[in-house]
Structures are given as C-alpha cells and as structure tokens.
Ligand binder design. Structure first.
Ligand code: GCO
Ligand code: MN
Ligand code: MN
Length: 386
C-alpha cells in the first residue's frame, strides 16, 4: 500500500545510500559500493532516480579512460534498471583546494578552478539526463569575518552564478539551477544561510528565471526555523525547483536522518504543503543511515524515507477529507465580503472610506478561535486514532 512508484519521483544521491558511515570522529563502518552497484541497490528499494556530485561518480583524479569506463558502467546500470538521473551537482567542498570556499574563495585561481570544475560537471550531468543542477555552497563561508568581506562574497557568488547561467544558455542545455542554503557546517557560517536569503539573491541575477531553490529540511531546522514556511515562500514565487527531504533534531549537529524520523508533525505539514500545492518536481532524500547500519539496514532506511512520505500523504488526504476539520476550517476562514469595499487592491476612495470606518475592537479581541481543537484533531490523525 505504501510502495513507491515512478510517479512519486523519489530520488536518492549516490552519496546518501552510498554513505559509508564516516563521521568527524570515526572511520567508515560500511564498505564502499561502486556507482553502478548503488543504482541497482536503489532500483531494488523502488527509487525512481539517482543524483550525484561529479566526484561521487568519477573520482577527482580519474584518467579520461577511467572516466569513460565508469560512465559506461553507470549508463548500463541505468538502462538495466530504468532509473533516471534528474539532478546533478558539483563537489566544491571536499578537496583541500576549496578549504576557503569555491566561488567566494579569496584566491582568484580557486574561483576560476571552481567555475571550470562546475562547467565540466554540468556537461557530465546533462549527458546523463539531468534537468536540474544543484548548487550547495558548503565551503562558501567563514570562521572569522576578518578573512572575507561579506559584501564581496555576495558579489563573487553573483558573478559565478551569472557566468554559469550564460554558459548553460550558450550550450543550449535544458537545465535549471537550484540553490541550496545551509546556515553552517562545514563552515562556521555559510553565506546565504536560509532559503529566504537565496530567494532574495536570485532576483539579483542576470537570468533569474533559470534559477530556483533546493531547500532542505535539516538546514532550516538547524537554524531553528519553520521549514514549511520557507518552502511555501519558494512555491508562491514559482521557485521550488527541487527539494531535499530528511530530518533533524533542532539545535543539534547536521544529522541527515531518515525523512520524518524526528519531527513527525513538521513532516506532516510539509507533505501537506507539497501535495496540496501540486508540487510535481523530484523528492530527493538527502539523508543517510545510522553509522550502526549494515547495507540491509540501509535498505530499511531508504524504504523508510519513501514509506514515511507516502504514509504522511495518506494522512494528508485523511485530514483534507475529515468533515469535522473541514467545518472548523470553514468557521475560521469565514468571510462575508463586507470588508471588500475597504481592502484588497488599493484605491484612494477605499483608503478614505477605511480611515473613517469604526471597528468594535473589544468584540474582535473577544472572538475565540478553536485552534486547540483543530490541532488535537490533527494530532489524532497522526496518532492513527482518527
Ligand atoms: C549537506 C548538503 C549536501 C548537498 C549536496 C548537493 O548538508 O551536506 O545537504 O548534501 O545537498 O552537496 O548539493
Ligand atoms: Mn544537508
Ligand atoms: Mn542537501
């Protein structure tokens, strides 16, 4: 009943189920799988697509012959399984060359190398079918603001995005960019820290229509923010080009837990937003299994991500069809139209009329709203008793 289908557009990065359990304190706990093996692994659990950083697929120091061999094997695995590559991205954070950032690095050679690496990675992503290209600036930040002028950093980011947008246009690629914000980790502070920052930044680019966002649950949660509200802003501006689903306890390190593993209620309202708004893009699980898992348990992790989404989707349908909930919604959203003559689109007449209208402020303050009752109905649906 909660089995994924292609229409769900559930995707995983090579680096997610392929995560070998390394953390800042310990060595890997799982043996690495080859990219083509990961494709088969994902097909087995029922995913629709696989995403990658350039170097998840082709190591940074691979020879051209090695590159060709890896891509051939990978394409064969895609053909054999029917999996697609909807998104690709660049690793601009692992190599020591990027320790001071990529597009915002102080060294002009590093900034140029970052552009070159990204163009090659875009070519490879497009060759494998990607239509969305993600930019996550993990190293684009500082530990001390003595090191970099934050205004200069914004200008460098803009220059790089403009350069790459024009490159994509010049090549005639059918590719959109999705910018992913994160407040910190691995840098002390990362520029454009939230989805809202990214949305504002995009409007300053040469080709803003090519660029949207890739919000991630954990990233807004790390900042203590309401993720659903950020996604809503992106949807309202037609900028939700991609989404990274996972989970994260507030106030902790970057956890990348299985979707809905921690904050069930936020996950419910997120799924409700995505489903009610008709979001039809990819749903990418940017998460990884516990370090204690073996690959059997990694399957449980991957299946759990998709299953939790589908279970919550069913809860959303239940919530939307619940007559008691609908009655409360009708009550709290009631509008007899009597204010229409004063508000809405501005006119001088309306403003004049509104300024002389008298309100019964005490009565407005006394009105009760049954939000406790509504929330309890929501919780009972989530707890499975309704
Ligand atoms: C993180 C990020 C990354 C990006 C990935 C794609 O916290 O490390 O979420 O996983 O999503 O690099 O750009
Ligand atoms: Mn993340
Ligand atoms: Mn991510």
């Amino acid at each position: 009943m909660y089995s994924p289908s292609a229409a769900d557009k559930f995707t995983f990065g090579l680096w997610t189920v392929g995560h070998i359990g390394r953390d800042p304190f310990g060595e890997p706990t799982r043996l690495a799988k080859k990219p083509h093996e990961i494709v088969h692994f994902l097909a087995e659990v029922g995913a629709y697509g696989v995403n990658f950083h350039d170097n998840d697929l082709v190591p940074i120091d691979a020879t051209p012959a090695e590159r060709d061999q890896i891509i051939k094997q990978f394409k064969q695995a895609l053909d054999d399984t029917g999996l697609v590559v909807p998104m690709a991205t660049t690793n601009l954070f692992s190599d020591p060359a990027f320790k001071d950032g990529a597009f915002t690095a102080n060294d002009p050679q590093v900034r140029a190398y970052a552009l070159q690496k990204t163009m090659h990675a875009i070519d490879m992503g497009v060759e494998l079918g990607a239509e969305v290209y993600v930019f996550w600036g993990g190293r684009e930040g500082t530990e001390t603001d003595a090191a970099k002028d934050p205004i200069t950093a914004i200008k460098r980011s803009r220059e790089a995005m403009n350069y790459l947008c024009h490159y994509v246009k010049d090549q005639g690629y059918n590719l959109k960019f999705a910018l992913e914000a994160k407040p910190n980790e691995p840098r002390g502070d990362i520029y454009n820290a939230t989805t809202g920052n990214m949305l504002a930044f995009i409007e300053t680019l040469d080709l803003p229509e090519m660029v949207g966002v890739n919000p991630e649950v954990a990233h807004e949660h790390m900042a203590g923010l309401n993720f659903t509200h950020h996604v809503a802003q992106a949807i309202e501006q037609d900028k939700l080009f991609h989404i990274d689903l996972n989970d994260q306890a507030f106030g902790r390190y970057d956890q990348d837990f299985r979707f809905a593993a921690v904050n069930l209620k936020s996950a419910f309202f997120l799924v409700k937003l995505l489903e009610d708004s008709g979001y039809s893009g990819n749903k990418h699980f940017d998460a990884h299994a516990y370090r204690t898992s073996d690959y059997n348990d990694v399957k449980a992790f991957a299946r759990g991500c998709m299953r939790n989404y589908l279970i919550l989707k069913e809860k959303v349908a239940r919530w939307n069809a619940d007559s008691e909930i609908q009655a409360v919604l009708a009550e709290i959203n009631a509008d007899d139209g009597s204010m229409d003559q004063f508000v809405g689109a501005y006119s001088a007449d309306k403003a004049a009329a509104l300024k002389s209208l008298t309100f019964d402020r005490a009565a407005l303050g006394q009105r009760g709203f049954p939000y406790e009752a509504l929330d309890q109905l929501t919780v009972e649906i989530l707890l499975g008793v309704r």
